[in-house]
Design a protein around this ligand. Structure first.
Ligand SMILES: [Zn+2]
Length: 125
């Protein structure tokens, strides 16, 4: 063991998973067990912890993105439905002569246009 240290190897605070003896790192960065005489691969603690976090961040970003798209699509369908209603009411209004009914239709039209004005997205966006 002293020979190993003298020749520039570092003893690590870890044991070999096979023989349970201390393991060393050589100057080249390779980790090995002198007892088993083989290299040992160690999962880097930092990268092991950081990777899932990165993935989580990306997923969250994607979720927010798709939530934004869903919101846009919902507003587009509201627009479409309202435009259809406006068309129907406009046709009915054209031939309507009863003031009460005209008032009813114009109120609906007004509401439809009000909602359309409040939609934050336009189809061209
Ligand atoms: Zn070993």
């Amino acid at each position: 063991m002293a020979d190993l240290l003298r020749s520039g190897n570092t003893m690590l605070n870890m044991a070999c998973p096979v023989c349970n003896n201390p393991i060393f790192r050589n100057k080249g960065g390779n980790i090995f067990c002198p007892t088993c005489n083989r290299n040992i691969k160690i999962v880097n603690d930092i990268s092991y912890k950081e990777k899932p976090l990165e993935k989580k961040e990306i997923n969250q970003e994607e979720q927010e993105k798709s939530a934004h798209i869903r919101k846009k699509e919902l507003f587009f369908s509201i627009q479409e439905v309202l435009f259809e209603k406006i068309e129907i009411i406009t046709k009915k209004l054209r031939d309507e002569t009863q003031l009460q009914t005209i008032e009813k239709y114009t109120r609906i039209l007004f509401n439809c246009l009000e909602i359309l004005n409040k939609i934050p997205f336009r189809k061209e966006d």
